[in-house]
Design a protein. Structure first.
Length: 249
């Protein structure tokens, strides 16, 4: 889900591709998702920069000998996809390359039904990868292990609403021998923060706003999901009026 539609406007697509092309030392490996599947006339149809690769619907790999890695992956070729089946084809593979993976899908228990490529931990273990980067879930997960394979959802890069609160970013991995070390890197500019404010004893909305300022300060660049608790003194809180009073904060 690099893009939020099968085909975004050309200016958006061109801006993204030019950013990738402007960093030729990067190899950009994309597993298209259910929002931006690999379809005719889609975001990945036609010419892309030489350092950008989009995986098809079947589990396959691309070798990058200059970086000492082999990247496995599978993307969406429709809005819905069957469960993940990591059976490797008989390929002539180069020895000595470190195996990584990118996969868009829904981590689920064995036999669980999902229209968005159900992925079982047992199948992750079968890949034999050093690390599998998962996409689809917008919340970051901790790094976990299945067999010898580490895997995680990094979540979305930028929260788009009040259901996507907190810091957003990516995992930065460093390969050391047969192991990989991963650290989360915050990349979002603005974010949604969840705050709780006790309004016990407040006698007016102005006092509520002042208590907010005292506790949280101004958060102009962020969105705040605010929950009020307690009992104000002698008046009912008008949420719309409070929203207007806090506008810009």
């Amino acid at each position: 889900d690099l893009f939020d539609a099968p085909r975004v406007d050309e200016r958006t697509r061109r801006t993204v591709m030019e950013a990738f092309a402007g960093n030729p030392s990067l190899c950009v490996m994309i597993a298209p998702g259910n929002h931006d599947p690999l379809v005719a006339g889609g975001n990945y149809d036609g010419a892309m920069p030489a350092n950008v690769y989009a995986f098809g619907g079947e589990w396959s790999c691309a070798e990058i000998p200059a970086y000492g890695v082999r990247v496995w992956g599978a993307g969406f070729t429709a809005e819905r996809m069957p469960p993940f089946a990591p059976a490797r084809k008989r390929l002539r593979l180069t020895e000595g390359l470190y195996d990584l993976g990118v996969l868009h899908g829904d981590l689920a228990s064995p036999g669980a039904r999902s229209d968005y490529r159900a992925i079982a931990r047992e199948e992750i273990a079968q890949t034999g990868l050093g690390y599998l980067a998962l996409g689809h879930i917008h919340a970051r997960s901790p790094v976990q292990r299945a067999g010898r394979t580490l895997y995680a959802y990094s979540g979305c890069l930028q929260g788009a609403g009040f259901d996507e609160a907190g810091e957003k970013g990516a995992y930065l991995g460093t390969v050391k021998g047969e192991d990989v070390e991963l650290a989360f890197v915050k990349l979002c500019g603005s974010m949604t923060m969840e705050k709780t404010l006790n309004v016990d004893g407040c006698g007016s909305l102005t006092e509520v706003a002042a208590r907010y300022d005292h506790k949280f300060g101004r958060q102009e660049e962020h969105g705040v999901k605010l929950t009020l608790t307690g009992s104000p003194k002698g008046f009912a809180v008008d949420a719309d009026a409070l929203l207007r009073l806090l506008a810009g904060r």
